[in-house]
Structure formats: structure tokens, C-alpha cells
Design a protein around this ligand. Structure first.
Ligand SMILES: [Zn+2]
Ligand SMILES: [Zn+2]
Length: 149
């Protein structure tokens, strides 16, 4: 069956969205590209960028823009917040917090007409905490069961 150009575009976007929804890591466009490329080898990074923007615009994906880094993308549209590791940049989901964590209706702040807010928690992920506290980890001969409590 021959695939027309228009259909191929739709297919690309679908694969990109599928992989985004499957990944729980909130990938950057280039991280997602590395994954999608395994299914669509001829895809370019630019195509992934364009499709991600389209998916965000049409409400199929969320864009997480953080002050210090590249934009990350999230295929999970349910209500949740994010926490970012300041060490490795990993972004994890935070569920169970109220959706209106900032109280009140701000129509105007400091002369700005406010349309919404972005909230991002920052800290150290479990992995980076271990790296900091367990300096003996890389000695080579690990004790038989270091996780025994
Ligand atoms: Zn980390
Ligand atoms: Zn998320």
C-alpha cells in the first residue's frame, strides 16, 4: 500500500505522540528524537520539534519550560506538577497536590494581565542524593547486601 505524503505526516505525529506518552521521563525534543528514530529511521530532529509544537498547540501534549534548561515534553495530560533535579536535570511527576495550589484569582499583578502560572519544584532526585551521601559506592567491591535495614 502506498502512503501519501499527508498520511505519512499524520503517521509521524502519531508515533511521536505514542512514544512521548510511553516515556515517563519528560524527554527533551532531542531525547525523544533518539527514541522515535528507532521506529522511523528517516525522521529528522526538526520534524520532531515541529510535531511536538503542533501537539502542544492542539492540546495533546504539555511543554515544560524551566528557567534553566531545554524545554521538556509530557504526554500525560492529567493534573500534576513537576519536580526537577538541580543536579542531573531529571524531571519527575508530583501527583496528589491540589490543582489550585496558588490561591486566588490573579487578573492583574504588578501591571501585568495574568493568564496563568507555572510551578516547578526543584531539589535532588533519589539517585543524586545517593551519589552525594554514599562516597564509598565506587570502591569496586560492594558489600554483599548494602540495602539491608
Ligand atoms: Zn538527579
Ligand atoms: Zn509530567
Amino acid at each position: 500500500m502506498r502512503i501519501k505524503a499527508g498520511q505519512r505526516k499524520t503517521k509521524q505525529r502519531q508515533v511521536i505522540l505514542e512514544e512521548l506518552q510511553r516515556l515517563r521521563t519528560h524527554p527533551t525534543a532531542s531525547e525523544l528524537y533518539e527514541v522515535v528514530r528507532q521506529r522511523l529511521p528517516r525522521l529528522s530532529l526538526g520534524t520532531v520539534y515541529r510535531n511536538l509544537e503542533l501537539l502542544v498547540e492542539s492540546g495533546f501534549a504539555r511543554k515544560i519550560e524551566s528557567a534553566g534548561g531545554q524545554a521538556r515534553f509530557d504526554g500525560d495530560l492529567s493534573q500534576h506538577y513537576h519536580v526537577r533535579c538541580e543536579e542531573c536535570g531529571e524531571v519527575a511527576d508530583v501527583f496528589g497536590l491540589p490543582s489550585d495550589i496558588v490561591r486566588g484569582e490573579f487578573e492583574e499583578l504588578n501591571g501585568y494581565r495574568v493568564s496563568g502560572y507555572k510551578l516547578e519544584f526543584v531539589g535532588l532526585c533519589p539517585h543524586c542524593q545517593n551519589g552525594k551521601s554514599n562516597q564509598y559506592e565506587e570502591t569496586g567491591d560492594a558489600p554483599s547486601s548494602p540495602d539491608e535495614h
